[in-house]
Write a protein that binds this ligand. Structure first.
Ligand code: COA
Length: 257
């Protein structure tokens, strides 16, 4: 199983563990993560959720073979797909979500941080949202939240050019809380998650809901709008060229489009 879960001392840990594919997320892995978040919400003994990866890699994003062979459905079908179920579970999780970004966080690996509460990044990590380079468009409200966080000019670098950014920049932009040495990031994130054992859970849930409430409707609407276009783009010749180029380990050629 490439998602490992464990609950210990009030913290439900979701560990992405598919290092041979750089922790690329498959349909089955999204489904497992959605279930793990739902179980954490339902379990009174859980006070916080911790999401983590492997040393040197948090996740290389959606599995590109799944993108090619088994893309999420379009329109309302897409909303039932495991990736949407996972992101909806994350958005609706009323317990604090702490993320230890143990290494590279690509695509949805960065997008999910926008919907988490505490983000600690290894000093060896890089973050990137190379949707356009893959013939795709931003997803899960990144087109709304990234420009809000860093301004349009810098968002254009990250979302149009797909430029990677450093852990320090992630902190500067307000995406992450702190940069930690690679060997300490998971323990630090766990200690933050464990602090919720000493706090009143009802007040934590209420405060988390309030923090997200002002933008909730706009975020959900943006996710639907992006999802429509994303579904179309996944089936586009531009995306096919990008996916094939990735597996053939060559540069994509977009000159014919
Ligand atoms: N989907 C499917 N397979 C992936 C993958 C992904 N997102 N990311 C990596 N892999 C696979 C590679 O195909 C390779 O498989 P192989 O050993 O069978 O050839 C293996 O994982 C190792 O990847 P590799 O590219 O050789 O490792 P690297 O250390 O040189 O580079 C990354 C690591 C993460 C920078 C690079 O793999 C990458 O750019 N991945 C794609 C990221 C991406 O565009 N994600 C989608 C965002 S929307």
């Amino acid at each position: 199983m490439s998602i490992k879960t464990a609950t210990l001392n009030g913290v439900a840990t979701i560990e992405i563990a598919r290092p041979e594919k750089k922790n690329a997320l498959t349909i089955a892995m999204y489904a497992a993560m959605a279930e793990a978040i739902a179980a954490a919400v339902a379990d009174n003994a859980v006070r916080a959720v911790l999401i983590t990866g492997q040393p040197g890699i948090f996740t290389s994003g959606n599995d590109i073979e799944d993108f090619m062979q088994r893309p999420p459905g379009q329109g309302s079908d897409a909303m039932d797909s495991p990736v949407f179920r996972f992101m909806r579970a994350l958005l609706e999780c009323d317990k604090p979500v702490v993320v230890a970004v143990t290494g590279a966080a690509i695509g949805i690996g960065t997008t999910m941080l926008l919907h988490s509460d505490f983000v600690y990044v290894s000093d060896e990590a890089r973050l990137a949202m190379p949707f356009v380079s893959l013939g795709l468009v931003p997803e899960f409200a990144s087109s709304l939240l990234v420009p809000q966080l860093m301004g349009h000019a810098r968002a254009a670098e990250k979302l149009l050019l797909g430029e990677p950014f450093t852990p320090e920049q992630a902190v500067e932009f307000g995406i992450a809380n702190a940069v930690l040495p690679a060997g300490e990031v998971v323990n630090h994130a766990r200690r933050v998650a464990e602090r919720f054992n000493a706090l009143p859970p009802g007040a934590v849930r209420g405060a988390k809901r309030l923090l997200r409430a002002p933008q909730r409707e706009q975020v959900l609407q943006t996710i639907r709008t992006e999802g429509e276009l994303f579904g179309q783009r996944l089936r586009s010749p531009e995306a096919m060229e990008a996916f094939q180029a990735f597996f053939q380990k060559r540069k994509p050629d977009f000159s014919k489009f």
